[in-house]
Ligand binder design. Sequence first.
Ligand code: FAD
Length: 333
Amino acid sequence: MQTYDFIIVGSGSAGSVVAERLSASGRFSVLVLEAGGSDRRFYVQMPLGYGKTFFDPAVNWNYKTEPDPGLAGNVDHWPRGRLLGGSSSINAMVWIRGAREDFDDWAAAGNPGWGFDDLLPVFKALEDNQAGADQWRGVGGPLHITDCSTAVHPLTKRYLAAANQAGLPFNPDFNGAFQEGAGTYQITTKNGRRMSAARAFLRPAMKRKNLRVEINALATRILFEGKRAVGIEYLQNGETKTALAGREIILSGGSINSPQLLQLSGVGPSALLGTLGIAVFHANENVGANLQDHVGINYTFRGRLPTLNQILRPWWGKLMVGMQYMLMRSGPL
Ligand SMILES: Cc1cc2nc3c(=O)[nH]c(=O)nc-3n(C[C@H](O)[C@H](O)[C@H](O)COP(=O)(O)OP(=O)(O)OC[C@H]3O[C@@H](n4cnc5c(N)ncnc54)[C@H](O)[C@@H]3O)c2cc1C
């Protein structure tokens, strides 16, 4: 049994940043438990590889919802990353902050320090923005952001012009003064490779002696002493192991798995835990409730200009685009 100052469950967007911050001073020992494996995979590193990882069980929890009355009874696919970097290793890399109004609502609900103006210096400090620094944007931070507005498909420019005609103003920077309008996304990549939270935060921190990362380590239960969380039981290579935390345990398993781990540990709605045969340790109706999803809709049109689909369909198209990526780290991939 090992003892650490901090145990972090999950190495995703949140876990990677927290692991970097907690280990930075060198004063604390930190353990990260990650259920998935390494992020050193071609389709993780190559940005457009996310089309492949979207359903790949080797790196994805591949959740399915219950049939959803709001979606005419359909079952939805909910991908979540299961590897170093978590969902930031399989996501679409769009770099867009939350809306000012949402953060300000959090602050107004009694959470000082969470308003947009409080957070802006943190947002800026995270960034190494290719487009440069200004009142809203940062450079020199750990997370590189690529401006791809000059590299878009010709149809994108037509789309933006059409949006403008329809009354949606062109917005040159969704992370600038306001979010409304139509524009091109900035993306988290650097030199043609995905810039996941693992690449930006966790991997540099893994060089420190006081940070240990265990992969293929599935946390199964939080251990309590009285009402205090003191350890984690986890499963690794078929073996049940235990790690203890002298200071704190941080759950960063994502919006589905963190409440699941709490529920498995007896923290959650009593009626639900009762039906699952889990002894209630601390009743709380909110654990596993109140999740808000947002549904995205794709429109598909037939175009007269060749689109990526046409370029990538024939083998020579794949070869050309593949060579452009391998030799120049540029192009659609
Ligand atoms: C396909 C896809 C596309 C997306 N596109 C974008 C986008 O373009 N822009 C954007 O801003 N956001 C996007 N997102 C959302 C964004 O990636 C997530 O909101 C964010 O990564 C969540 O961070 P997190 O730390 O909460 O969880 P995650 O990053 O999911 O990390 C959770 C980690 O915990 C691990 N874990 C879970 N349970 C356990 C356990 N019991 N024991 C040990 N480890 C465990 C998981 O394996 C995972 O590695 C996308 C997400 C997906 C899946």
